[in-house]
Structures are given as C-alpha cells and as structure tokens.
Design a binder for this molecule. Structure first.
Ligand code: PEP
Ligand code: MN
Length: 360
C-alpha cells in the first residue's frame, strides 16, 4: 500500500502527513511528487529537489519507504543520491520514448524498484514499450500503476479506468504486479472506495492513494486526496481477497481464464451501453421523422473499425462478422423501441426496405 500527498508542499505538510499515515499502520510506502508535470504553466510545478531531504526525514522518522516521480535522468540521479527507495514514472512521461530511455539509461546497473504508470492515452504498446526499455537496462523489480486514461467522452471519472488495458498488460507480462491508482482514476474522493475495491477484486497487488493532512488546501489534486483518517477508514472497508499463490505455483490456465472472464464482462457492459445509445437514437430519429436507414453511417462505422483491425491483430473477417451482429442488434433495438412509442407507419416516411439499416 502506497500513500502520500500528490505534491510535497512544505516540510511540515510532508512530515505531518507521513506520521499520520504511519500511525494508521495501513501503508508501507510514502509517496510525494516533487517534480510535478502540470497541464498548464503557472500552476504549482512542485517544490523540486528541496523536497528530497523532507522525504529522507520521513523514512528516518516513520520507517515508511519513500517513493518519488521521476521524469528525467537528472531527477533519477537526485532521487537516488537522497536515498529514495522506489521511483515511479508518471502518465505524461511513459508515452515519451526519449524520456523513458533517458530514465532507463540513468538506471542502468541500479537495482531499484520502478513503477510505470500507464500513458494518459489508451495505448497498450506505449505502456509495454516503457517497461521493455527499463527491462533492457537490467531493471528487474518493475511494476505497473493503473491510473486510468484520458478519454474524449464524459464519464464519472477523471480518467476512464478501461480495466481491459491492465488486464491485457498482465496477460503480456504474467509476473508483473499491478498497482491501482484510484485517486487519479476517480479525481473525486467519493469515488475512491468503489474503484479501489474493483482493482482488488481483479487481483491487483496493491494501491497508490493520495493522502494529504489538509486535502482541501492541497496545491494540486485537491478534490481527490483523502485525509489520513479517511484513508484508514477506506482501507479498513475494503475486502482483500486471499493472497495469491506464489508466481511459480500459479495455475496459468486458470489465471488466463479469469482474465478472459473479466474481459467478457467488460464487453457485455459496453454492449449494453451501446444498445442503450442505439435505442435513444431510434427515439430521436422517430421524433424528427428521419429514416432509420442510413447506409452511409453504416459504411463509416465498418470502414473505421476495419482500418483499426490490423493494429489490433484482429482479422478482417472477424471484425465484419462481429460488427454485423452488433449492428443487427442495434437495429433491433431501434425498431423495438419504435414498436412501443412510434405514432404509426407514417412516422419516418422514408421507411426502410430492410437493407443498410441504421445501426446507431
Ligand atoms: C501523481 O501521481 O500525482 C501524478 C502526477 O499522476 P499521473 O502521472 O498519473 O497523472
Ligand atoms: Mn496527483
């Protein structure tokens, strides 16, 4: 369990937070960002190297291990010199091969645990690539942190969890430990327990939680940080599943099947959401007397997915067959709703002939 403020702000804030976290007995590692990758300049960009002695004090006084985010070779050198126990690579750094390579080069021959956050955009290859660069530098103690993905659509989350990505990463690296970061997924402290529990249910090995002595006055990520007390209560409320058998004992087949079952559940939920949208489109068209048949839209959907297929290692035939089934079900949902609410056969006067039906 990793806990600590988004940013180190002052020596007192760091030490107060650390002592109160240590007193909960619920965390082993203390995190704090000192170099903060902020979206806009002019906001608080971290206290910098001045924060390293504060973290060294945390370790000495509380016994918690310490962990900072590094984005450059210079950060790595400074962090190691100050005795930081672990490092993490942030979501804005992971997708940049130059930055990751610089960090990997600075870490060559150093045996320090490095945690790699997913890239902000949902691209599994970038996440894998960053881990591979570190592996090639000889780093063996690697883990992945899932902090959700930036997504164009509105979701209840600051960063959409898209759980299928950490699951696919785990399938590619079976021995890699996954750490959930509900704070950055949720972006809102009320959402944390549900996200944290979901991560544990999936079999994640641990959590990274942002904890601040006075969250409302935090200089970054104020909405998502917990007080030490709220952190303790949340951890106490979580259900931890029985510890996994050691890596060597794991039943690989059962493990992979478990991952597949989770993905199937995700697909079912996504399909339900898609069909719900299709039904709404059906209502909307009916209200505006627009024909259900929209072959150009059909064509657009199929062409776009066929274009994505090679990169995803999906065959054209599979994508066609799968999307045909999805689109047929979509049409059924639109007509089904029509049967309930349509005023009569005159609605949608350009009525369909059954071909190239709209699919939402
Ligand atoms: C952080 O952990 O405070 C942070 C900057 O996270 P991310 O890289 O996930 O945005
Ligand atoms: Mn943060």
């Amino acid at each position: 369990m990793i806990a600590g403020p988004c940013s180190a702000e002052s020596e007192q804030q760091v030490l107060d937070t650390a002592h109160r976290i240590a007193a909960t007995g619920k965390a082993q590692v203390f995190r704090a960002g000192i170099w903060k990758p902020r979206t806009r300049p002019g906001t608080f960009e971290g206290i910098g190297e001045a924060g390293l002695p504060w973290l060294a004090r945390v370790k000495k006084e509380t016994g918690l291990l310490t962990m900072v985010e590094v984005a450059t070779a210079g950060h790595v050198e400074a962090a190691l010199k100050s005795g930081m126990d672990m490092l993490w690579i942030g979501a804005r750094t992971t997708p940049n091969p130059f930055s990751v390579q610089g960090i990997a080069d600075a870490l060559r021959g150093v045996d320090v645990p490095v945690f790699v956050k997913n890239p902000i955009n949902p691209d599994l290859q970038l996440w894998i690539g960053a881990l591979e660069r570190l592996q090639r530098s000889g780093l063996r103690r690697l883990a992945a942190i899932h902090r959700g993905f930036s997504w164009f659509d509105h979701t209840p989350y600051r960063n959409s969890p898209m759980w299928e990505f950490p699951i696919r990463l785990k399938a590619a690296f079976p021995d890699l430990e996954l750490i959930g970061d509900p704070s950055h997924i949720g972006g809102d402290r009320t959402l944390l327990p549900g996200i944290a529990q979901h991560a544990l249910d999936l079999g994640f090995s641990g959590l990274m939680i942002e904890v601040h002595v006075d969250p409302d006055f935090a200089r970054s990520d104020a909405d998502q940080q917990l007080t030490p007390q709220a952190f303790e209560e949340m951890i106490r409320g979580l259900t931890f599943r029985q510890a996994q058998p050691t890596v060597g004992m794991r039943d690989r087949l059962a493990e992979l099947r478990g991952l597949i079952d989770r993905i199937d559940e995700e697909i079912a939920h996504k399909m339900a959401a898609r069909m719900e949208l299709a039904a709404r489109i059906g209502d909307h068209k009916r209200a505006h007397q627009v024909a259900i048949m929209q072959p150009a839209r059909w064509e657009w959907i199929m062409t776009r997915l066929l274009h994505m297929a090679p990169d995803l290692d999906l065959s054209e035939g599979f994508v066609r067959e799968f999307m045909d089934a999805v689109l047929r079900e979509s049409i059924r949902r639109q007509t089904m709703e029509g049967a309930v609410t349509a005023p009569g056969p005159t609605a949608g006067s350009q009525a369909t002939d059954g071909e190239g039906l709209d699919q939402g």
